[in-house]
Design a protein around this ligand. Structure first.
Ligand SMILES: [Zn+2]
Length: 239
């Protein structure tokens, strides 16, 4: 036990009380693509207690450039199961694979045990499902998007901050990362910011609660702006 704990001494000097909380926290990652596989690895390195990886897709050649857990021999295998196989040497974290697309109907079953949800999907309907389930169960979640050379991250705390419906615009057509273009630095840095915010949240000091971080990697510029409660549900909750 002592030996295991010594692995996390260095990070404890920086993250304080969040360090012990990591050992008691269960996370669900929705989407095990570029952002999700980087986030999963970071959660393992931090020593998070349990991580459920949810993704219905199989690994394709076009994924390999930005999804660090997968190599050519994994093509055709399920992302969630393969990621768990690759991460199982991180013995401090229990990884659970779930090969399924998160929907409004199955959200209760797939993410019921999560203390915090990390959104690493590019699927609008799956984000809507995370939002409504997390609002109902009062589970904080961290929205994260990466496309081309741009990143967006925001923390949603039910009953406190604006929710996904307050800022999300339904896309007229869903464009995949591959169609639109994406660079591996975008998914890697997006995951880094998202997991840092997860640690901030555990420590009781989230920096992106009710705020949106936008980052442009080509220009290395970023901005953080406040979000407003705009949707019907959030407005009613204020009254
Ligand atoms: Zn809202």
């Amino acid at each position: 036990m002592q030996l295991t704990d010594s692995q996390f001494v260095c990070q404890g000097k920086v993250i304080g009380s969040a360090n012990a909380k990591l050992r008691k926290t269960s996370v669900a990652i929705v989407g095990v693509g570029g952002t999700g596989s980087n986030a999963a690895l970071l959660l393992a390195q931090l020593g998070t207690k349990q991580v459920t990886l949810i993704d219905p897709d199989v690994i394709e050649t076009s994924n390999l450039g930005r999804q660090p857990l997968f190599t050519k021999s994994d093509i055709g295998k399920f992302k969630a199961e393969t990621a768990v196989q690759k991460l199982k040497q991180h013995k401090n974290t229990l990884f659970i694979p779930t090969v399924n697309l998160l929907t409004e109907k199955n959200a209760a079953k797939l993410i019921a045990n999560a203390d915090i949800v990390l959104d690493c999907t590019d699927n609008y309907a799956a984000r809507k499902a995370i939002n409504s389930f997390c609002l109902r169960k009062k589970i904080p979640w961290i929205y994260c998007g990466a496309i081309r050379d741009k990143i967006m991250v925001s923390t949603i705390i039910p009953s406190k901050t604006p929710c996904f419906n307050c800022f999300a615009i339904k896309p007229t057509c869903e464009v995949s990362c591959c169609e639109e273009g994406i660079i591996p630095t975008a998914t890697s840095i997006a995951a880094g910011i998202q997991v840092q915010e997860f640690v901030n949240l555990l420590g009781g000091k989230p920096k992106l609660a009710g705020k949106m971080l936008h980052m442009n990697l080509s220009t290395l510029t970023f901005s953080i702006f406040s979000l407003e409660k705009k949707c019907k549900d959030c407005k009613n909750r204020v009254k």
